[in-house]
Design a protein around this ligand. Structure first.
Ligand SMILES: Cc1cc2nc3c(=O)[nH]c(=O)nc-3n(C[C@H](O)[C@H](O)[C@H](O)COP(=O)(O)OP(=O)(O)OC[C@H]3O[C@@H](n4cnc5c(N)ncnc54)[C@H](O)[C@@H]3O)c2cc1C
Length: 226
C-alpha cells in the first residue's frame, strides 16, 4: 500500500483512463485540453481488432481500425500532460488515501485522483464451429458497419425467434438474397414466418456443423443435412 508521506504529488495522476480505445482516447483529448494530467492504460485488445476497416464513421470511412487508433494517439501526443501505457492491463483497483490505487499487469502501482473506465465490451459469439475464423472478415454483427460491403450478396442471418426475423427483415435494405439460419428449431411464430416468406427469405432450421471458406472469407454454412 502506498503511503501519503512518500508519494510525490506529481506521481499522482489527475485521471487514469483504463482502456485506450476510441472512448478512452476521446475522453483523454477533452481532459488534456482541460489541462489535466492523464494516464491511459490500454490492454491493446480493442473490440474490433478482427476487422480491417471502419465503416460509417465520418472522415474515417474505410480506415483500418489500428491506423485509426494510431491517428488518435498521434493527436494526443501534442499534449504534454498525457501519457500512455500501451499493452498494459489494469488488474485491480482500490480506493486509498490519495485517490485510486491501480495495479498493472507489469506489477506497477499507479495512483490517480479519478479513474475513468473505458474498457468497452466483449462480444460473445454464437456457438458455431469455426466462427472465430470468420468474425470481423465475413461474419458480422452490425449491418450499419459492414452491410454495405455485402450489398446484393448472399447473406445468411443467424438467430432464432424475433431476433432472426427482425434482423433478416432489416437486412432487406442491403440485399434481397437472404436465408435465415437457426441451427435448430427457429422459434418463429406463424406471422413471423409469413413475413419472411413474403420477403423471399427462406428459413433453414437444420443443425449447423461449421462454416467453410478461405482466409476469413466465408463461402458457405455447412449443415448437418448436407
Ligand atoms: C467485428 C467488429 C466490427 C466493427 N465495425 C465497426 C465499424 O465499422 N464502425 C463502427 O463505428 N464501429 C464498429 N465496431 C464497433 C467498435 O469496435 C466499437 O464501437 C468501439 O471499439 C468501442 O470503443 P471503446 O473504446 O468503447 O472500446 P474498445 O475499442 O473495445 O476499447 C477498449 C480498450 O480497453 C482495453 N481494456 C479492457 N480492459 C482493460 C483493463 N483491465 N486494463 C487496460 N485496458 C483494458 C482493451 O484492451 C481495449 O483496447 C465494430 C465492432 C466489431 C466487433
Amino acid at each position: 500500500m502506498a503511503s501519503s508521506s512518500i508519494i510525490d504529488s506529481r506521481a499522482i495522476w489527475d485521471i487514469i483512463i483504463v482502456g485506450g480505445g476510441p472512448a478512452g482516447l476521446s475522453a483523454a483529448l477533452v481532459l488534456a485540453r482541460a489541462r489535466r494530467r492523464v494516464l491511459i492504460c490500454d490492454g491493446g485488445q480493442p473490440r474490433n481488432r478482427s476487422s480491417n476497416r471502419i465503416g460509417g464513421f465520418l472522415t474515417r470511412d474505410g480506415v483500418d481500425p489500428a491506423a485509426f487508433l494510431q491517428l488518435a494517439r498521434n493527436e494526443l501526443s501534442a499534449y504534454d500532460t498525457v501519457e500512455f501505457k500501451q499493452d498494459t492491463q489494469v488488474t485491480t483497483a482500490a480506493s486509498g488515501e490519495m485517490g485510486f490505487e491501480l495495479q498493472t499487469s507489469s506489477g506497477e502501482t499507479i495512483i490517480g485522483r479519478k479513474v475513468l473506465i473505458a474498457t468497452g465490451v466483449t462480444d460473445q459469439l454464437p456457438p458455431v464451429p469455426k466462427i472465430d475464423d470468420f468474425y470481423g472478415r465475413s461474419v458480422w454483427h452490425c449491418p450499419y458497419c459492414d452491410g454495405y460491403e455485402h450489398r446484393d450478396q448472399k447473406v445468411a442471418v443467424y438467430g432464432r425467434g424475433r431476433t432472426v426475423s427482425a434482423l433478416a427483415l432489416e437486412l432487406t435494405g442491403w440485399t434481397s438474397r437472404l436465408t435465415a439460419v437457426s441451427d435448430g428449431p427457429c422459434g418463429l411464430s406463424a406471422g413471423q414466418r409469413q413475413r419472411l416468406k413474403n420477403n423471399g427469405i427462406e428459413v433453414r432450421e437444420d443443425p449447423i456443423i461449421g462454416l467453410a471458406g478461405n482466409e476469413g472469407r466465408l463461402t458457405h454454412v455447412v449443415f448437418a443435412s448436407d
